[in-house]
Design a protein around this ligand. Structure first.
Ligand SMILES: [Zn+2]
Length: 346
């Protein structure tokens, strides 16, 4: 099993310019790419993103919506929703952000790398079938998961969404589908105001959507204990063949939009938990795709922790996680809402 870690970057992701005062700005990736050059020179495998095909875009979006996005090409400024705007080259960035997921899935399935982090923008987990929103244009991870199912015949993909906002588009895309188990922790009451405990999936997908609304006071110990407990169970029962992470870093204490209390160390521990889950399945491929995170320094520092843990070659320290009252309360609610589905918790 390879232990190599891949990373996807491209200058074209900086060409999406939603406006001078917009939080989802090119400077986010600029600071991440600078950090990569400084600290990871030869430790990571560069994977080239390719443009997604029309067929792949249609795995999550309607033809009319795709036409609308392509029609913004070379226009200086087009508003797509009250918070999502595009510039002349945004369509290429968005299109290539989907392609990054496709390239990553191929590299992971071909065992070129064990894990791959797609450092792209615009983000994707709020991009609905026919509507942009929450700074997202295309559903990057949703399409990667659909592609992995179609091309490689997978039928158990675990998506972990640790962005502080609920990934409503990921939930929507797989709400009636057991081939993807979508797990999200997020603060409810901010955009997009979805992801309540009782949104657990429907039909074939009943029990395969797992939402955990977290309290605003959320700290490192709360989230790591919660993840360790939930993911352990999910991995034991669901046995994912592929793990995808909607990696937003806006739950960081310095994030201007997030305002919960995580530090970059939490992301290191969460990554170690994800690695353990992958180990438990004999090296299940892991794909990270960047979502939110709006304090440039906190974003780069958090991603550094994730990559440093992924690329770490030695023996990992045993995790000693502390149970907290807040985590126990969230686990209790999960038992209450998910026990009856018998998908991963009884
Ligand atoms: Zn977010």
């Amino acid at each position: 099993m390879t232990r190599k870690v891949g990373v996807i970057r491209d200058e074209r992701y900086l060409e999406h310019k939603p406006g001078l005062v917009h939080p989802e700005a090119p400077g986010r990736l600029r600071s991440v790419y600078r950090m990569l050059d400084k600290e990871f020179e030869n430790r990571l495998v560069q994977i080239e993103p390719k443009l997604a095909t029309l067929e792949q875009l249609q795995m999550a979006h309607t033809p009319t919506y795709i036409d609308l996005i392509m029609s913004t090409a070379e226009r200086d400024f087009t508003p797509l929703s009250s918070d999502t705007f595009v510039s002349a080259k945004s369509y290429v960035a968005a299109w290539l952000a989907v392609g990054a997921g496709i390239s990553a899935v191929d590299a992971l399935m071909g065992e070129e790398v064990r894990a791959c982090f797609s450092l792209v923008r615009p983000p994707g987990h709020h991009a609905l079938a026919d509507r942009a929103g929450g700074f997202c244009i295309f559903n990057n991870i949703g399409i990667a998961a659909k592609y992995a199912i179609e091309k490689y015949g997978l039928d158990r993909i675990l998506i972990i969404d640790w962005d502080i906002h609920h990934g409503n588009a990921l939930q929507d895309l797989f709400y009636r589908d057991s081939k993807v188990l979508y797990f999200s922790s997020h603060y409810m009451g901010w955009y997009p105001n979805t992801g309540d405990w009782d949104e657990t999936g429907e039909a074939d997908g009943a029990g395969y959507t797992v939402n955990v609304p977290v309290p605003k006071e959320l700290e490192d110990d709360d989230i790591t204990y919660l993840y360790q407990n939930v993911l352990n169970r999910i991995v034991r029962r669901y046995k994912p063949q592929f793990i995808m992470v909607a990696a937003g870093f806006d739950a960081h204490e310095r994030d201007p939009l997030g305002r919960t209390h995580l530090t970059e160390k939490a992301y290191r521990t969460l990554t170690q938990i994800v690695l353990q889950m992958s180990d438990a399945g004999n090296g299940v491929p892991i794909f990270f795709s960047l979502e939110g995170g709006y304090d440039n320094r906190a974003l780069a520092e958090s991603i550094r922790e994730v990559l440093d843990m992924l690329a770490f070659d030695g023996r990992r320290d045993r995790l000693s996680l502390r149970s907290t009252k807040r985590a126990e309360e969230m686990l209790r609610k999960l038992r209450q809402t998910h026990g009856k589905h018998c998908v991963w918790i009884y």
